[in-house]
Design a protein around this ligand. Structure first.
Ligand SMILES: NC(=O)c1ccc[n+]([C@@H]2O[C@H](COP(=O)([O-])OP(=O)(O)OC[C@H]3O[C@@H](n4cnc5c(N)ncnc54)[C@H](O)[C@@H]3O)[C@@H](O)[C@H]2O)c1
Length: 362
């Protein structure tokens, strides 16, 4: 069975979805919409089989659409989700599901209502779909670590610089960090209880671009999360630092990756093991497969991320940012340094979190 899909927003993520849908036997892309003529021109070249709409509504509600895939930014998302659901479409959306906590809560309620009408709504909280985090949960459940006590999570890259894009989605700890806030909740299988956050206004930008939060989950597990797009932006050869460490009363496991390969090192009470597999990127193939299975069977795939997973992670990331603003938040560096970073990133062809700029040259 093939599902007809419409892609709304043909920037970086929209193009990733197109490639994945084109490689899947379960989908046929029937519509693409983006307000930018350059993006539409590119879409016409990359998806000659699809109708390239100039009208947003047509791409959300047309009869030849089963699934709408939302890849614009959060400021237009709520309206698009509501229109798609009202027209009886299943929805795969990028995170966050909206641009304010109130709107996200309304959409969580809408998703529950839509489920009762047989519609499936999901959001690409991709870390919840990665093989290595599921493997780490399995390790915890196996008892190899004793009792899980401490979670240490770090993700620092020379990624999206302040003012470059995604403005509707907040500082880096919200735009990117909400993934890690959602991940800690998944790994602990518990909600947040207490937190304290320290942030830094790197390059004297108005918002923090590095933040570290620590605190407790309701089940007593403690966490620290460090996120920043501040890691060697001007270094000659760029790299990143990304890891997740679960420390139990008796053993620990540690995961790191280079975006190509992910490696888990397990020091369990019975097992010492190194598990190494391809990283899996944004796991878009996983979420589109979960959606196809859900629609085919009429049963929601149990691992398919829920709107509430995104809404809670987003709200907690905002709250941690709010907490950081209550404390001393130093500013280090200058806006001139930031401009030099942006200039460098404008000319980078291969780098971290680059936004597509000249769509004609893609
Ligand atoms: N899950 C993840 O790991 C992950 C990674 C990167 C980005 N994202 C999210 O994906 C979304 C898109 O990010 P991106 O990096 O592709 O951004 P982008 O800026 O590359 O693309 C956004 C596109 O949306 C288009 N657009 C603007 N208004 C629109 C509208 N009303 N309808 C349709 N399209 C519209 C723009 O013209 C642009 O082409 C963001 O919400 C971002 O947070 C998620």
């Amino acid at each position: 069975m093939q599902f007809r899909v419409s892609i709304i927003g043909f920037g970086r993520m929209g193009r990733c979805y197109l490639r994945t849908f084109q490689q899947s036997p379960h989908y046929r892309v029937t519509h693409i919409f983006d307000p930018s003529p350059d993006c539409r021109e590119l879409a016409a070249r990359q998806a000659p089989e699809a109708c390239i709409d100039t009208d947003e509504t047509a791409a959300l509600v047309s009869a030849d659409i089963d699934v709408v895939c939302l890849c614009a930014l959060a400021d237009v998302r709520k309206r698009q989700i509501e229109q798609a659901v009202a027209a009886g479409k299943h929805v795969i959306t990028e995170k966050p599901i909206a641009d304010t906590v109130e709107r996200e809560r309304e959409l969580v309620a809408l998703a529950e209502e839509a489920a009762s009408k047989g519609l499936f709504l999901t959001v690409n909280m991709y870390l919840l779909n990665s093989w290595y985090h599921h493997e780490m949960r399995r390790i915890v459940d196996s008892g190899e670590l004793g009792e899980l006590a401490i979670m240490r999570i770090c993700h620092m890259t020379p990624g999206l610089a302040p003012g470059e894009g995604h403005e509707a989605e907040g500082p880096s700890f919200h735009d990117c960090g909400m993934h890690y806030v959602g991940l800690a909740r998944f790994l602990a299988q518990s909600e947040y209880n207490t937190w304290h956050a320290q942030a830094l206004r790197m390059w004297s930008w108005k918002d923090p671009w590095w933040l570290q939060a620590h605190g407790t989950m309701q089940n007593g597990i403690v966490f620290d999360i460090t996120q920043g797009f501040v890691y060697g932006q001007m270094s000659k050869d760029q790299t990143h630092n990304s890891y997740v460490e679960l420390i139990g009363t008796q053993g620990f496991c540690h995961m790191t990756h280079d975006f190509k390969t992910a490696v888990i090192d397990l020091r369990g009470v019975n097992v010492t093991e190194r598990i190494e597999r391809p990283h899996g990127g944004k796991n878009i193939d996983v979420i589109v497969e979960q959606m196809a299975q859900s629609i085919s069977s009429g049963q929601r795939h149990p691992d398919m991320p829920r709107f509430s997973d995104s809404a809670i992670a987003s709200e907690m990331a905002w709250r941690m940012l709010d907490d950081a603003r209550q404390h001393e938040m130093p500013a280090i560096g200058t806006l001139d340094e930031l401009e030099a970073i942006r200039e460098r990133r404008r000319n980078l062809k291969d780098g971290y979190g680059l936004l597509p700029r000249n769509n004609k040259n893609v």
